[in-house]
Design a protein around this ligand. Structure first.
Ligand code: NCD
Length: 307
């Protein structure tokens, strides 16, 4: 078992199947009256979110509690992290507290990896800059598998700010590992530049629609990571790339699924009614996130945990 979960690229096919199957098993627990299992009893999980989060932070907390772990949240705004203490010194302090699992979100790409090398605790990357968000990808892979009878050769169109979005990268990777055909849609200025550069990119909604996607996976425009104006205006963006009322009708007629990692900017990537669409899987993604994170937490093992 690995110590850390930092990216989708680290997963072998066997490990990916194992995590998807365990996500299913943990999800089965949710319909029982007692949803807790004692797998992580006596272990400490610390969540350290140095960037805003609603669903990921609470999803990890619920997942860890359902595994019976003790959970603490590192209050970054009131910590020495914000007083200029170096990451190394902060982690050494946490190390002295003998934390077993550290769940970290940080604006710097690669921060989870750096921290994993400084601590004996198992480190889970809950989002590092524009780089990776592997547990989001796992829950997305699981949601896709639960809704499509077979995933191999199905088509997923990932729409929006791929350049700045970590979800786009991790989720595209997991879908491709599962045998799904992936393409991107968005303004040319927001398409990937390097590693995912070989994936087909559409810059026109109508062309992308002709490709006949089985699933449209929408992303939020990551304005907090944009140092430039990448498109003229959000209403223009909605008209060109978003799910408008007319496009929603076409999705309904063809039975195309709609996904989004949240938070949604209504009226930019999706019109209001899209959230009520019966094949919109956003709430299911949130529910599956808890099971996927339980699968990850119960899978990792620190070499020091046998001491
Ligand atoms: C995403 C994130 O933080 O990367 N949200 C999430 O974790 N559910 C996507 C986003 O912020 O747009």
């Amino acid at each position: 078992m690995p110590k850390d979960f930092l990216s989708i690229s680290q997963l072998s096919e066997v490990e990916l199947d194992y995590l998807l199957n365990n996500t299913e098993k943990f999800k089965e627990l949710f319909s029982r009256s007692v949803k807790k299992v004692p797998l992580l009893r006596g272990k400490n999980v610390l969540t350290l979110f140095a960037e805003p989060s609603t669903r990921t932070a609470s999803s990890f907390e619920i997942a860890a509690k359902r595994l019976s772990a003790d959970v603490s949240n590192f209050d970054v705004s009131n910590s020495s992290f914000s007083k200029g203490e170096s990451v190394k010194d902060t982690i050494e302090t946490l190390e002295a507290m003998r934390i077993d699992y550290l769940v970290i979100r940080h604006k710097a790409s690669g921060m989870a990896k750096i921290i994993s090398e400084l601590t004996k605790a198992c480190v889970i990357n809950a989002g590092d800059g524009a780089h990776a968000h592997p547990t989001q990808a796992l829950l997305d892979g699981f949601t896709l598998k639960s809704n499509l009878k077979t995933v191999a050769s199905k088509k997923v169109l990932i729409c929006g700010d791929v350049l700045h979005g970590r979800v786009a990268k991790s989720t595209a990777r997991i879908f491709m590992k599962m045998g799904v055909e992936v393409a991107f849609l968005g303004p040319g200025s927001l398409m990937p530049k390097h590693d995912l550069g070989s994936i087909k990119c559409f810059n026109c909604y109508e062309d992308a629609w002709k490709w006949k996607p089985d699933v449209m996976y929408y992303l939020r425009v990551q304005s907090e990571r944009q140092d430039n104006q990448f498109f003229p205006h959000s209403s223009e963006y909605h008209k060109l790339f978003g799910i408008t009322q007319d496009r929603l009708k076409a999705l309904e007629d063809s039975g195309t699924f709609l996904m989004h990692p949240g938070p949604v900017n209504r009226g930019v990537e999706l019109c209001d009614d899209a959230l009520e669409y019966e094949k919109c899987l956003i709430n299911e993604q949130v529910e599956n996130g808890i099971a996927a994170r339980m699968a990850v937490l119960s899978w990792l093992t620190s070499p020091s945990s046998s001491l």
